[in-house]
Design a protein around this ligand. Structure first.
Ligand code: GLY
Length: 447
């Protein structure tokens, strides 16, 4: 029996908890989250609800529970240095130290690291702390550029020309507003192509790359509507994506490797956790959009669904717990990863009006969903005596695995439609029509 602390309480953390429970060794799960997730609660030996900002509260909870290992789901505790604090009380952590988590928390740090260590994939960029030279740089980039406020902005600090504003004059005004509000501003060339996520398990010295996943940020079918945390995602049985070639995957993997190793060179401390590169396949190769220091949400659910079920006699393929242990022990090079060669589709059910004005405290019914065919991971929902209530953000994720994406998508659609209440989801995620559009777009771009 091993005692594990899980920090976080969303659908991503529900998937982490579920994957831990499939391990060959019994896991006694202790959870510290900002809300009570009914799915995680069922799997936990103990569950504490508290603010994720309080490192001392989390560390004393972990010490009292005598946990052997901690896994951090969201970025905020990493930004606040939870990994360092747990380390001080002798608890190894899947999640980098505060210094290394800057790869997510500071856009300037991430870009400058790539430049300093000559790592491939960095787009043209410049930072501004005041207006000096700003107008001239925008003129140099032309009409296609991106404005990013530095720091953790919860996905709200990125403005893209053509999507959020038009032309240099409007862009200049917005960049100046960010500066006036106290942000350092990153201006970079706008990347055109297809986005994908390439996450890697890192133990400080070695990396194991996960299958590539494509997330869908826009709220509505056809990539319309507001940006969200991610409405759903898919991955393919060959661990690549239909619009990528082998060189693209190799390039993204190399960038993650070079980044993890450069972090160690720079600070003398290894990056232990998940390194999540958000990449864009472009006409001129793979470019890094941004780094995250944690699992993607929903991407974690794609990847974690590929770990083998708990069987008797035990399946020899390494389970998720063994990978976490190898991360903290620095032994990932000894892990012979053997994920299921299957496709995965994840779709989030969200409240009507999400993300701008979601309905909350409305009941939804998931009882008709066939949980032998799909997994349900709970996000922003409250379990009350008379049922499950919407909390206002992404409510729950429906996940299927199958031999190909088309089959997995159809399974998810059949089951997700059985959920009733004031909710919606993106019907097009994982469909052949949408994937073919992406393939065509990339072909045209590269021809
Ligand atoms: N998939 C988007 C994120 O996790 O940040």
């Amino acid at each position: 029996m091993i005692k594990v602390l899980l920090i976080g309480s969303g659908a991503r953390e529900h998937a982490i908890a579920h994957a831990l429970k499939l391990a060959k060794e019994d896991v006694e799960l202790f959870v510290y989250g900002s809300s009570l997730n009914p799915g995680i609660k069922e799997l936990a030996a103990d569950y504490k609800v508290g603010p994720l900002k309080s490192n001392t509260a989390m560390a004393s909870y972990a010490s009292l529970a005598h946990v052997d290992l901690a896994i951090v789901g969201p970025e905020n505790p990493l930004a606040e240095g939870i990994s360092d604090v747990l380390g001080q009380v002798g608890i190894p952590c899947v999640g980098p130290t505060k210094q290394l988590a800057q790869i997510e928390t500071s856009k300037s740090f991430a870009r400058d690291l790539l430049t300093e260590y000559k790592i491939n994939g960095c787009p043209k960029y410049k930072f501004f702390v005041n207006e000096m030279g700003l107008k001239e740089y925008l003129m140099e980039l032309g009409d296609n550029f991106v404005i990013k406020a530095d720091g953790l902005m919860g996905g709200k600090g990125v403005l893209v020309s053509g999507d959020h504003f038009n032309g240099q004059a409007e862009g200049l005004k917005l960049a100046i507003e960010f500066i006036k509000n106290g942000s350092q501003v990153l201006i970079e060339e706008k990347l055109i192509g297809q986005e994908f996520s390439l996450m890697s398990f890192c133990d400080g010295d070695h990396l194991i790359h996960m299958p590539a996943v494509q997330d869908h940020k826009r709220a509505l079918t056809g990539d319309k509507g507001a940006n969200t945390g991610g409405m759903g995602s898919y991955s393919c049985a060959d661990f690549s994506l239909p619009f990528l070639d082998e060189d693209d995957i190799a390039a993204a993997q190399k960038t993650n490797e070079a980044t993890a190793l450069s972090l160690k060179k720079k600070f003398g401390v290894g990056y232990k956790g998940i390194l999540y590169g958000g990449f864009m396949a472009t006409q001129t190769g793979v470019k890094l959009i941004e780094y995250n220091a944690r699992f993607g949400d929903p991407e974690a659910m794609n990847v974690l669904s590929l770990f083998s079920e708990r069987t008797f006699p035990a399946n020899p393929a390494p389970d998720f717990l063994q990978v976490c242990q190898a991360i903290v022990n620095g032994t990932l090079n000894k892990v012979k990863m053997d994920l299921k060669k299957q496709a995965t589709v994840v779709k989030y059910i969200v409240p009507e009006g999400y993300p701008e004005s979601p309905v909350i405290n409305q009941i939804i019914d998931v009882s008709k969903v066939d949980q032998a065919k799909v997994r349900l991971f709970y996000g922003s929902v409250d379990q009350k005596a008379d049922g499950l209530y919407l909390g206002g953000s992404r409510a729950l994720a429906v996940v299927a695995t199958a031999d190909d994406v088309d089959q997995a998508e159809k399974i998810v659609e059949t089951e997700i439609k059985k959920i009733t209440g004031p909710v919606f989801h993106r019907e097009d995620i994982g469909t052949s029509e949408l994937i073919e559009k992406r393939v065509k777009m990339m072909k045209e771009l590269r021809s």
